[in-house]
Design a protein around this ligand. Structure first.
Ligand code: DGL
Length: 265
């Protein structure tokens, strides 16, 4: 299939996490066409094996390939950490993995100690540590897995005591390392910022999506892939389970107008 400048940009995540990236990219590139896939049936990805994640990601890449995507944004730290290197040459579009894309910018920050909150699967790869230290070997990186946080967000339970306790436990653990900043290394975690900021200042947290969106825009521009036709842009959301739930949970970051379409493959 011929990919044109007005072909859509694909996004994927296990659920609503990637919407934190989508919202930023859409703000910078309002004239693009977008397709978003949330694999809600298979979330949380952070508790899955490499074999499972390879299978999920390959299916989603193929789905987006069939939709003629010109680029695919891995708005998911877990698949960026676990499967990107293995799948990156298999498809006919640009692929943007979140961790590998933002690490260089994070490594430039004038910091000596940085913390990372991420899923089990991401932490097990030490992808943040490896990628940051590739550019800045002197930056110490402390990684902590936060199982349970993704489900809290998908269920829209950010205001519950369970959510506060889950966050408090991990903030206590992180404070022992005394990092200067903490990376929210899972795209679901910005949904928990109201709670996180009860334990540390807003400026202590890095939401990589903001830098990621700028990098994507610049790269698409450099490669001559931006949509220059203007007007009539579309956005379409697909999920593998519970469209209503997805629409509601996502609304903290982005108001989706149409009900997401249920697809199962
Ligand atoms: N939001 C994804 C990430 O950034 C996946 C989280 C999950 O499903 O466990 O890692």
């Amino acid at each position: 299939m011929t990919r044109l400048n007005n072909s859509p940009i694909g996004f994927f995540d296990s659920g609503v996490g990637g919407v934190t990236v989508f919202e930023q990219v859409k703000k910078l590139l309002p004239d693009e066409n977008y397709i978003y896939f949330g694999d809600t049936k298979n979330m949380p990805y952070g508790e899955k094996t490499e074999t499972q994640l390879l299978e999920f990601a390959d299916r989603i890449f193929k789905f987006l390939e069939n939709q003629n995507a010109k680029a695919v944004i891995m708005a998911c730290n877990t698949t960026s950490a676990v499967v990107y290197e293995k799948l990156k040459n298999n498809y006919d579009f640009e692929i943007y993995p979140i961790i590998q894309s933002v690490a260089k910018e994070i490594a430039k920050l004038p910091l000596k100690k940085i913390g990372v909150f991420a899923t089990h699967a991401t932490i097990n790869t030490h992808c943040y540590k490896t990628e940051i230290q590739r550019y800045n070997p002197d930056m110490e990186v402390f990684e902590i897995a936060c199982p349970g946080w993704v489900k809290i967000v998908e269920n829209g339970e950010e205001q519950t005591n369970d959510a506060i306790n889950a966050v408090m436990e991990k903030m206590d653990e992180m404070k022992k390392y005394n990092p200067e900043k903490i990376i929210l290394g899972c795209t679901h975690y910005p949904y928990l910022l109201d709670i996180l900021t009860q334990f540390a200042e807003r400026e202590s947290f890095i939401n990589p999506s903001i830098e990621f969106a700028k990098i994507i825009k610049q790269d698409l521009k450099t490669k001559g892939l931006l949509n220059t036709t203007g007007g009539n842009s579309f956005e379409k959301f697909y999920v593998s389970k519970s469209p209503e739930n997805f629409k509601k949970a996502a609304s903290m970051f982005y108001q989706i107008n149409e009900m997401p379409e249920l697809v199962d493959f």
